[in-house]
Design a protein around this ligand. Sequence first.
Ligand SMILES: Nc1ncnc2c1ncn2[C@@H]1O[C@H](COP(=O)(O)OP(=O)(O)O)[C@@H](O)[C@H]1O
Ligand code: SF4
Ligand SMILES: [Mg+2]
Length: 330
Amino acid sequence: MALLDVQDLRAYYRTEVYGISRTVRAVDGVSFELQRNEIYGVAGESSCGKTTLIKVISGTIKSPLKVETGSVNYHFSSGDVDMVRTKADDLRANVRWKEISYVMQGSMSVLNPVRRIMRTFEDIVGTHQGIPNRREFVEATRAHINSLGLPPDVLNLFPHQLSGGMRQRVAIALATVFHPSLIIADEPTTALDVVVQRGVLQMLKEIQAASGNTVLLVTHDLAVHANVADRVAIMYAGRIVEEAPTEIIFNQPSHPYTQHLIHSLPVIGDKSSKDALSGAPPNLANPPSGCRFHPRCPHAMDRCRTEVPEMITLTDRHRVACHLVEEGVS
Ligand SMILES: Nc1ncnc2c1ncn2[C@@H]1O[C@H](COP(=O)(O)OP(=O)(O)O)[C@@H](O)[C@H]1O
Ligand code: SF4
Ligand SMILES: [Mg+2]
């Protein structure tokens, strides 16, 4: 059984300003599964709904975001969790940190700026498990930091005394304290330079390989997915348009949007100019009808403007939502 099963999830931001209501359909019909022991990448340009999807599956939904329909079900070894129905207090007590942990861009939201790193570990472990013996706790924390290849001295420092890369490694160390089944990382290396980025991603990969947990890695940066992910889902305007093992996404992309993303990746030595996509990313408060990519798609047909393409399975693990591909297959 999959670790996570998401079915037809719709999550919208509903706001009202000066009596004018606005609905942003940020996640609009998303279905996918996360398997145990895999790194699953979610890609797509800014504002396509990646972070909103994560908010829902990590159970960190706040108004004005609301789940409209769909299901998000986990099958942990400690038991099943229905993320849409479980109360926030239950999630806080039993699921967050222990089964699901979350690494964000910049990491400052989890590291308290006025407390030494050890204190932050103490806060998290104290809240979620208790610290009956402080000496043992300090030793275990130093051993954990050490096992991840970080210098134990970082525990005595304040966050601002660490480089961005080291701060992000500490955030990952914190996220793995309870050996969660799922680590969700949202743009974890976006603010870092390429060399530092590589080290942080390597750390994430090593932790995953050693513990066999699942990592959900969200970033707009396809180069990161190429290096790290086992499978990749491409999001466009609140929907997954293609999902496949990483080598298929990069070598045989089927969806016109994925093809555009892959063909616009820089290639060393190639000085030819890349075609930009015409048109602007859609406004999710008023998304295009039919296939949301149709105003920008070079292959758009009449039915693309009216009919939402269904997700079809091309091969075992390759899924795509596009009328053109569907017609080519049938
Ligand atoms: N708190 C909010 N209220 C209203 N709209 C929001 C809010 N947060 C995000 N959005 C909108 O939801 C859409 C998806 O955003 P997001 O999930 O952050 O995308 P991504 O992570 O892919 O950049 C965007 O149109 C964004 O403007
Ligand atoms: S469904 Fe139509 S508009 Fe959408 S990607 Fe496929 S061909 Fe293009
Ligand atoms: Mg985001």
